[in-house]
Design a protein around this ligand. Structure first.
Ligand code: SAH
Length: 319
């Protein structure tokens, strides 16, 4: 579906959005069906060289205890996830130069033959490196544009620019990796025009998946006292993303579930068809603190069973 920026702005601001939610749900049903894809999320390092002002992992947060998993441990955890029934493992980290492209490539090469798809989400690299990850067997790469407003982007990322981020997304696309984008709702200074532009940018990049989640303030960051993003606006943005990108994979973001546990179910009636479940070792989970959240101490197999059950309860098919 094609929508102009003006149309999206007026849709986002509507009093009653129920017809739009229903339309998005219908498009989801027709294009991607009733399966909810469950992705295993392994957060393997919380070291980061960046200073993103909203993120608890930013290098200036000296209150955070840092950890790194060794390649062997990452591979073993991925295999445990495969064993538990997961079809995809998402390997996510801060931008941690400890892991060279060769190391990441080697990890992917060891995981892939076991028959599980690999998504990487480790930040910005040059074009050759994304192509190298693809050669090593990576299937997808997740790198959100965060905000499409270049001035806001610059103020939130002192050591980066929106253009670099979008260039990286284009490199990922050209490398033949499925491209995951996305952005946050409610960043201080964001307007409905920004959100409309964010949605159109997903389409322009040709995102195969898009994570849209509310901004949640982390007390140990420069934005620690800013208000969180709106759950309702997040749901609306997901619904419009489904209209713009009917075949995309749209996750119910973890941040949305943290902000409002009820919305985690609701979003599957507004266009979403993917969910991520952490398989990060229990002792490390609490340290991967992008934003404050409570953590379950479940092991990989029980976590998988639990999420499958939750998906069945909302009438969808866990996959
Ligand atoms: N270093 C990787 C992974 C970043 S963390 C990268 O650069 O892509 C994954 C996502 O968490 C980010 O893309 C961002 O959208 C989200 N995030 C970070 N801080 C957040 C916050 N305070 N509230 C909500 N989402 C946040």
């Amino acid at each position: 579906m094609n929508l102009t920026k003006d149309t999206i702005v007026s849709l986002l601001g509507k009093e009653d959005f129920s017809a739009e939610f229903a339309l998005a749900d219908r498009i989801r049903q027709e294009h991607v069906g009733d399966r909810v894809h469950i992705r295993a999320l392994l957060e393997f390092s919380n070291y980061c060289r960046r200073q993103c002002r909203y993120c608890g992992l930013n290098r200036n947060n000296s209150a955070l205890e840092r950890f790194r998993m060794q390649p062997q441990e990452i591979v073993e955890t991925a295999l445990d996830a495969k064993e538990a029934g997961y079809r995809t493992i998402v390997l996510q980290s801060g931008e941690d130069p400890y892991y060279t492209p060769a190391m990441i490539g080697e990890i992917v090469r060891k995981i892939k033959p076991c028959g599980i798809a690999v998504t990487l989400s480790c930040g910005e690299f040059d074009e050759q490196t994304y192509s190298y990850f693809k050669e090593c067997g990576a299937d997808r790469y997740l790198l959100k544009h965060e905000t499409s407003d270049p001035v806001l982007y610059q103020s939130l990322h002192p050591d980066s620019a929106l253009k670099n981020r979008v260039d990286c997304q284009r490199f990922i696309k050209r490398a033949g990796l499925e491209t995951g984008g996305g952005f946050m709702i409610g960043l201080p200074g964001q307007t409905l025009e920004t959100v409309a532009q964010d949605l159109l940018l997903l389409k322009e990049i040709g995102c195969d998946m898009a994570g849209i989640g509310p901004f949640l303030p982390h007390p140990d960051t420069p934005l620690g006292t800013a208000p969180h993003g709106s759950a309702e606006l997040t749901l609306r943005a997901v619904a419009i993303a489904r209209m713009l990108l009917p075949n995309a994979n749209l996750p119910a973001t973890t941040a949305l579930g943290v902000l409002d546990p009820g919305c985690k179910d609701l979003v599957f009636a507004c266009g979403a068809n993917v969910v991520m479940q952490k398989v990060t070792p229990a002792k490390l989970k609490r340290l991967y603190q992008i934003y404050p959240a409570k953590f379950q101490e479940t092991d990989i197999a029980s976590g998988r069973k639990q999420i499958e059950q939750e998906i069945r309860e909302i009438g969808k098919i866990p996959y």
